[in-house]
Design a protein around this ligand. Structure first.
Ligand SMILES: Nc1ncnc2c1ncn2[C@@H]1O[C@H](COP(=O)(O)OP(=O)(O)OP(=O)(O)O)[C@@H](O)[C@H]1O
Length: 225
């Protein structure tokens, strides 16, 4: 099943009033495939990610998860698609560890992995800290940790490098590659070349349309030429 399509979006458009954010976009993501969305601010990346994650509905077009249309509030989507949105949220009174326990319990996931995920994201010294005591980079890592604790076939990340220092950005690229290696597809918007190079494919957007879609090194080389 290595090349089986997990997510298939076709003819997807979305407007906010007069403002057209997506113009009949097509995007396929295979199981375990790593796909980076790039393009200028306002080109439609976040809108496409929200639709791919089942958090928003397109005005036209179809979005299939494993061959079946995503329904409104689809339990398959909640169970299988993990999201780190660009509008972060957390509970001010819960510690880092309690956040991860909450997510693990809510998803019926193994709480035994919490320590490993904390170590992977360099949060092991902050398990007892509440969000207010964390740096912005650590808060971003907490959101990513919450996504890595739960079961997922698709991980959707909207500019996950935001607020991360260069070391944390490199670890994020490692996390993305590790997801692919375990068979989880990752669809992520990024402005960082280094992070985009962790992907198998780069999809370049401009003014709500896909203008390039191909192997990461080729699309990036064309961009820089
Ligand atoms: N909730 C909204 N209401 C009105 N317009 C919106 C809304 N969300 C997005 N837009 C508009 O839709 C277009 C695409 O925005 P989108 O956020 O998808 O782009 P983006 O590529 O993710 O940009 P960025 O890199 O800045 O995050 C932009 O013109 C934006 O102003």
């Amino acid at each position: 099943m290595g090349t089986a399509v997990l997510l298939a979006a076709a003819g997807v458009s979305r407007a906010y009033g007069e403002r057209v954010a997506l113009r009949t976009v097509r995007l396929d993501v295979a199981r375990g495939e790593l796909v980076a969305l790039m393009g200028p601010n306002g080109s439609g990346k976040s809108t496409l990610l929200r639709i791919a994650a089942g958090r928003d509905r397109p005005d036209t077009g179809t979005v299939l998860l494993d061959g079946a249309p995503m329904a409104e509030n689809d339990p398959r989507v909640r169970a299988r698609v993990a999201v780190v949105a660009d509008t972060p949220s957390w509970y001010p009174d819960l510690t880092v560890r309690q956040h991860l326990e909450l997510v693990a319990v809510g998803h019926g996931a193994d709480r035994g992995r919490i320590d490993a995920v904390l170590r992977e994201l360099r949060l092991e010294a902050h398990g007892g800290s509440v969000p207010g005591a964390l740096s912005s980079g650590q808060l971003q890592s907490l959101l990513l940790a919450a996504a890595l604790i739960r079961p997922r076939d698709l991980l959707v990340l909207d500019e996950p490098e935001q607020r991360l220092d260069p070391g944390a950005r490199r670890r994020l690229a490692d996390v993305v590659r590790a997801e692919g290696a375990r068979g989880t597809a990752v669809l992520y918007a990024t402005h960082h070349r280094e992070l985009a190079l962790a992907a198998h494919r780069v999809v370049l957007m401009e003014d709500g349309a896909v203008v390039a879609d191909g192997p990461a090194d080729e699309v990036l080389a064309r961009e820089e030429a």
